[in-house]
Design a protein around this ligand. Structure first.
Ligand SMILES: [Zn+2]
Ligand SMILES: [Zn+2]
Length: 266
């Protein structure tokens, strides 16, 4: 083969590579247990928070939910956390074919701080589960480091950032759970996980329409009721420790439950 032909092949290869990179944002190739490769359209998993609230709550389009937890190092949730999370979801979602939670370790990007753009890139590089036929898929990343929007009094523990994606700042959660008199790690993880899921379910006023006015507009998509899981302090470490000093773990109040029920949830 002469130099000219080699150059041509290199050029063609480069074009193929760049084309596949362009299409990467809206499709991905997944492999099932039998090794079969399928190309899946991922665009329905890349919408805004709350856009899939009805798909998650009702069984109209999707009868099953699969949650893919991707964790860095040993930052996986406790098994008690997974049980609590599943219980929360089963209480509010209509999924006759069930709710499955799977976990997979991913390589740490080893950053000290992460922006949401960074988190989206990590999801795009690692996520394997997407909506497929009657199954809706959610991705949850348990990450090291901390959120780049943290302040001196506000350490963010979790963020819901796409219609079927959330991140848990697990290293930050563990720092809070190791403080004297702090609630258990499982309690902190369970509250934050359920809170972020609440945002994906369209709370508050973000996909599940408010049946009565209870949005704390000063704090965005949160609930005005202090004892509700969707109160804004549930997702910062400082706020959550305060919220839990009463002893009981917050659940959704009646106002939030009413919104979910009006959107085909429970
Ligand atoms: Zn929140
Ligand atoms: Zn509420």
């Amino acid at each position: 083969m002469n130099i000219r032909n080699i150059k041509l092949i290199v050029l063609l290869f480069a074009i193929v590579l760049s084309c596949s990179k362009d299409s990467e944002s809206n499709s991905t190739v997944t492999e099932d247990e039998d090794g079969n490769l399928t190309e899946i359209d991922t665009s329905s998993n890349k919408k805004n928070v709350g856009d899939s609230s009805n798909d998650l709550l009702s069984s109209n389009s999707f009868e099953k939910l699969i949650i893919e937890i991707l964790y860095v190092g040993d930052l996986n949730p406790t098994s008690a956390t997974i049980d609590n999370f599943k219980e929360f979801l089963e209480a509010h979602l209509n999924k006759p074919q069930g709710i499955e939670i799977i976990q997979r370790q991913i390589v740490s990007p080893e950053q000290e701080v992460y922006s949401i753009k960074d988190i989206k890139d990590i999801e795009d590089a690692n996520r394997q589960k997407f909506n497929n036929q009657k199954t809706i898929a959610v991705s949850g990343i348990f990450i090291d480091g901390e959120y780049d929007q943290n302040t001196a009094n506000g350490s963010v523990l979790g963020v819901a950032y796409r219609n079927t994606s959330f991140v848990i700042f697990e290293e930050t959660i563990r720092n809070f759970s190791s403080q004297p008199l702090a609630p258990s790690l499982a309690t902190l993880e369970s509250v934050v996980l359920s809170h972020e899921a609440g945002h994906l379910l369209g709370l508050v006023n973000a996909g599940s329409a408010m049946q009565t006015d209870h949005q704390d507009t000063e704090h965005g998509r949160h609930c005005t009721q202090e004892d509700c899981l969707m109160f804004w302090t549930a997702e910062t470490g400082e706020g959550l420790l305060n919220m839990l000093t009463g002893g009981s773990v917050p659940s959704l109040d009646i106002l939030c439950v009413n919104d979910l029920q009006a959107n085909s949830g429970e």
